[in-house]
Design a protein around this ligand. Structure first.
Ligand code: WTA
Length: 646
């Protein structure tokens, strides 16, 4: 049965876009038929210090597992994002910064960006940072975050950006994992009118991460913060002592570019490693085609630079293409729920890219806060991060986009570097809720749990059969974990961890994670991480965490907690446990529901039956499936009877 809502490509889009349906099919077919030739041409969009002669050398098979793109070429990312634009658009705006306070904004031209990044690079050098060193960046959404990232790429250092909402504990783990000796932070961050004590968090983190010898503190609020002699310096003081010229370091295409930690189904977050050439080719190319970016347009991605979306579509993709990228310090509902739309009008934004969770939250306030703004500059709107429900899609299309802006739904992951499945605005008829079709050269497939291919209209596990330039290359420091996590389950294929349906038109509908990873407000969180934070509390004996459908967040966090003998359950204790999780991981991991569980449903071999816990959390208790393999089936009756909110 075909889905009733199909929104055709507006004719003016088929005419204005780089790619219409005929061209999409031709380009996709040629990329699949001869990847070497296709990606060889695409690589030319960058400036190479040493041209590549090899394009693709990849194998997903265990015996000769390797992923290399453009491997004998050399280039510098910051030179591609800045220097090469100076002649033609040195005085064009590279970054528009919109502060948390609506009266606070600024513009940075490409020429200014060049000077700022060179200065930051020279400060890093002065502090002893060199090629291959890891630099942890823990910053608010201010231009200096982008300068710091680009400065690392200029000298060949590997940045690891840690989202400013993460706790000192999480920050410490990420610093230690990649053994970074340098941390870049700000005195404080400002978000939604609230202060975030970033430097104090760094100080707390460094009590557990003693390898850090240098902390560079950018001034955001000017609040007095404690500075440790010899270790900490004020960025502006250092910047005043160095030159605004710094030659870009030639890097091999396969040299590491950045590490970004992301949650998996087991263990600690993994350091996803991306490399220089392939990542930038793919980031720039997807930014051009998916958003149909044309010179002079203003592009706004609302993500934080602490996530991959911010890396690829605030910094690297737009700047590689010479675009004007908007960086927003604030939140969608401060000072009012019209903020996004006011910023669009203020800066004449052409492309707006946000997450379904933000759309659903703003939808609750109705049309009026949107309709009181003009949004006349908008031409395209996009979404990313989680499946978008058709209702939210249609509201976004009609209310925000006035039924005239195509909605692009982009499916991708930290691991994939940039979007892999998504509609092209001039080529793909839209179906609300579907990420639609693969990008050029991407080979998705669906398999059942045994790894058998499912043809035609089907539902299964989403895998990718061949490499693309933006693919991650390894888990930092643990290449074995890279293979085991993504290539072991279905031999010869990259397993995404997502479930997916393909309809009779070949459109892909992502249904969400099939592993123990939650997607809460578009943020990835491993259930294992939350469980280990809960059991860190001395009153807790055991914990099991699952997701459940949540109107705004997409998924909420449902925790079953077994207390130690003699501990009395109470609402105060629930609050204490929520605080523990926030302290250990960060506010994004806050439990929504805690249910006291005298026991957890386990198999006779001691394995927790999460399937049952998920059903109880979803309040789908009429059909719990086979419970006869449980060691003690009566625990299920107790959990059902005492279901939170039941
Ligand atoms: C989910 C964010 C449906 C998916 C770029 C994926 C999506 C995980 C979409 C990666 C989308 C992302 N439709 N689901 N358009 N985009 N996802 O690493 O489950 O933070 O595996 O990367 O988000 O999250 P990550």
């Amino acid at each position: 049965m075909s889905d009733p809502v199909v929104i055709p490509v507006p004719p003016e889009w088929a005419a204005r876009a780089y790619v219409d349906d005929v061209k999409y099919k031709a380009m996709h077919a040629s990329a699949l038929a001869d990847p070497e030739a296709f990606w060889g041409v695409q690589g030319q969009r960058l400036d190479w210090i040493k041209p590549y002669t090899k394009v693709k050398d990849t194998s997903f098979n265990e015996a000769d597992f390797h992923i290399r793109w453009y491997e004998d070429g050399a280039l510098n990312v910051s030179a591609n994002c800045i220097d090469r634009h100076l002649e033609t658009r040195g005085d064009s705006v590279a970054i528009i910064w919109e502060g948390d306070d609506p009266n606070n904004s600024s513009q940075i031209t490409y020429r200014e960006l060049h000077a700022e990044v060179c200065r930051f690079a020279n400060v890093l050098k002065k502090r002893g940072v060199g090629k291959g060193d890891r630099v942890t960046i823990y910053m608010p959404m201010i231009p200096e975050a982008a300068y710091a990232m680009l400065a690392c790429t200029r000298i060949g250092a590997i940045h690891s950006v840690v989202f400013g909402g993460f706790s000192p504990e999480s920050l410490a783990n990420r610093i230690k994992d990649c053994d970074s000796k340098t941390v870049i932070t700000a005195d404080e961050g400002v978000r939604g009118g609230k202060i975030i004590p970033l430097k104090a968090n760094v100080d707390a983190a460094l009590e557990h991460a003693s390898g850090v010898t240098s902390v560079i503190v950018v001034t955001r609020t000017g609040a007095g913060v404690s500075m440790q002699d010899g270790r900490d310096v004020v960025y502006e003081d250092e910047a005043a002592t160095v030159s605004a010229e710094c030659a870009p370091e030639p890097m091999s295409a396969e040299d590491p570019l950045f590490i970004l930690y992301t949650s998996g189904s087991t263990g600690k977050p993994k350091g996803v490693l991306h490399t220089t050439g392939g990542y930038l080719v793919y980031a720039a190319m997807t930014h051009q085609y998916i958003f149909d970016y044309k010179d002079g347009e203003i592009f706004w991605c609302t993500a934080d630079v602490g996530w991959v979306t911010g890396h690829t579509y605030i910094v690297y993709g737009p700047l590689a293409n010479g675009a004007t990228t908007l960086m927003f310090e604030g939140v969608p509902n401060y000072p009012t729920v019209s903020r996004f739309w006011e910023v669009i009008d203020k800066h004449k934004v052409n492309t707006f890219y946000t997450a379904p969770t933000a759309i659903r939250a703003l939808m609750r306030d109705g049309e009026e806060p949107v309709k009181r703004t003009s949004r006349a500059s908008l031409r395209l709107i996009g979404t990313v991060g989680e499946p978008i429900n058709p209702e939210a899609w249609l509201w976004y299309y009609r209310t925000v986009g006035d039924s005239r802006c195509p909605v692009v739904d982009t499916w991708w992951q930290t691991e994939t570097g940039a979007s892999l499945i998504g509609n092209l605005p001039g080529a793909t008829a839209m179906k609300p809720g579907s990420a639609t079709r693969p990008f050029f050269g991407i080979k998705p497939a669906l398999v059942d749990d045994k790894g058998e291919f499912l043809d035609g209209a089907a539902s299964g596990n989403l895998v990718l059969l061949d490499s693309w330039p933006g693919q991650m290359r390894t888990v930092y420091g643990d290449h074995k974990r890279f293979f085991e996590t993504y290539f072991r389950t279905y031999p010869g294929m990259y397993f995404t961890g997502d479930g997916c349906r393909r309809d009779e038109d070949g459109y892909y509908w992502i249904t969400g994670r099939v592993d123990d990873v939650l997607n809460v407000s578009g943020h990835r969180i491993g259930t294992a991480e939350i469980e280990s934070a809960l059991v860190a509390d001395t009153k807790v004996a055991e914990a099991a965490v699952v997701g459940y459908p949540h109107d705004i967040k997409g998924q909420g966090i449902y925790c079953y907690v077994t207390l130690k003998a003699g501990v009395t359950p109470s609402d105060d204790l629930k609050r204490e446990l929520i605080q523990t999780v926030r302290r250990e991981i960060g506010p994004t991991a806050s439990p929504d529901i805690i249910q006291w569980a005298p026991g957890l449903p386990k198999t006779r071999s001691g394995k927790i039956m999460r399937r049952i816990l998920r059903k109880i959390a979803e309040n789908d208790v009429s059909n719990l499936g086979d419970t006869s393999t449980l060691a003690d089936p009566s625990v299920v009756d107790d959990l059902v009877a005492n279901r939170a909110g039941a």
